[in-house]
Write a protein that binds this ligand. Structure first.
Ligand code: 5CA
Ligand code: ZN
Length: 412
């Protein structure tokens, strides 16, 4: 699939700091330790509706990971998928009498436009589930050979499932107890009551063709991929095993990332799938998680149509910590717009205070598990000083502007 374009990110003077991130599996903030090439996988959208501010917040958090690694001199191999075949897409197409392929293409195109507008650096590889079907089938075939994937005993619909006990480590990524796993599995697309499974928590790998549903011929029989194996195969085939960061929103901790890891580790025999599992908090509106199923959505494209400055959207979402569940509100946007205007006035001054220490603090805070609230406070302090007492350093405003652009992705 086509990725999207962006302007290059210039290097900013000063010393970079190694990036530390909270790892869900370890339950603590740990340093990332990429080689020359940092390897990042972030779960992409299911394109049955427009991108809302919850999605945007998650991609913006990982955009900061991307930018901090670039600042640290790494080449970043960033892979993202698009779940362009799955139940929600088929259900929406059916409801709206639309073609699921056209729906997916339309919403994916809109997502790319939204990401460009929000100045999100593109992944190097942007891969659709449909185009990855041959890789998914190959991975499932390996699991079948290893005896950890099985067909249910149903002559009509011989779906293929994954035996969750395959690696002996199931649960290491989420650290959830069985009761929590059961709850989230049922809530988030699992099918605990499907007859014929070895264990209610075993996850679907390959769904045998049903009348009226799209399907692809394969050695497993005609069908379509399950959800978790899609991300295992796409990530493994491009990043290899033990890549640096697997990312997504916290609603993907279980079952999605637990199973993506378990599938991949059962395919390769190697642990871990990813060295860090990093999760962004949920953006809410009016006291509830923003979600397509609840319908309480603020779309990025709608804000763009209202001529809201995308740089203000970035600042509004960065005003809270990426891991915190936090609400979107008109007040949040208004205060981000005010901050943006202040920073712009300060950056336009012919001279100001030195920005060297401010940029060092910006790097310190971002490298400390993307602490954007403190990063923004450090930048506020420079802008306030520049506008009140001024300064004679002609490089101050230019360095301030360059660092805000490269590290936060905000154009002043
Ligand atoms: N296609 C799958 C991942 S393989 C999927 O979850 N798609 S999605 O469209 O439902 O979500 C895309 C990304 O946005 C995921 O990382 C998800 O965790 C994140 N996300 C969804 N809702 C919110 C929200 N309210 N706040 C923050 N992130 C969210
Ligand atoms: Zn995924």
């Amino acid at each position: 699939m086509q990725t999207w374009s962006s302007t290059p990110v210039p290097r900013v003077a000063g010393e970079p700091r190694p990036l530390r991130l909270f790892d869900t599996a370890a339950g603590e903030v740990r340093p990332t330790a990429p080689g020359d090439t940092a390897r990042l996988y972030v779960c992409g959208i299911t394109p049955y509706d427009a991108t809302h501010l919850g999605h945007a917040a998650t991609y913006l958090a990982f955009d900061l990971v991307h930018r901090v690694w670039l600042d640290n001199g790494h080449d970043v191999h960033y892979v993202q998928n698009v779940t362009d075949i799955d139940d929600p897409l088929l259900e929406r197409a059916e409801r709206d009498q639309d073609d699921w392929v056209v729906l997916g293409m339309r919403e994916t195109a809109l997502f790319r436009e939204d990401m460009v507008a929000l100045r999100v650096l593109p992944p190097r590889e942007y891969i659709g589930a449909v185009e990855a079907i041959p890789e998914v089938v190959e991975a499932i075939a390996k699991l079948m050979t290893g005896g950890v994937a099985y067909k249910v005993d149903d002559p009509e619909y011989p779906d293929v499932y994954f035996d969750r006990s395959a690696t002996g480590r199931f649960g290491y990524e989420s650290n959830y107890d069985l009761e929590t796993m059961n709850r989230f599995f049922a809530e988030r697309g699992g099918d605990p009551d499907r007859p014929g499974k070895r264990d209610p928590l075993d996850a679907l790998l390959w769904r045998a063709a049903r009348p009226g549903e799209p399907s692809w011929p394969s050695e497993l029989g005609a069908g379509r991929p399950g959800w978790h194996i899609e991300c295992s195969a796409i990530a493994l085939n491009r990043l290899g095993t033990s890549f640096d960061v697997q990312g997504g929103g916290s609603d993907l901790i279980f079952p999605h990332h637990e199973f993506s890891a378990a599938h991949a580790e059962a395919v390769t025999g190697e642990h871990p799938f990813a060295r860090h599992y990093v999760h962004a908090g949920m953006i809410g509106l009016d006291g509830e998680k923003m979600s397509k199923s609840r319908g309480n959505l603020v779309f990025v494209s709608k804000l763009r149509a209202e001529k809201v400055d995308p740089n203000a959207v970035r600042l509004a979402l960065f005003a809270g910590h990426y891991r915190a569940d936090r609400p979107w509100s008109a007040e949040l946007l208004a205060s981000a717009e005010a901050r943006l205007a202040t920073w712009r006035r300060a950056a336009a001054l012919p001279s100001g205070p030195s920005a060297v220490d401010t940029v060092a603090r910006l790097r310190d805070h971002l490298s400390d598990d993307l602490d954007t609230p403190r990063a923004l406070a450090a930048l506020d302090a420079w802008a306030a000083q520049a506008l009140s007492t001024g300064g004679s350093d002609a490089t101050g405003p230019t360095l301030f502007r360059a660092a805000v652009d490269s590290l936060l992705g905000v154009e002043l």
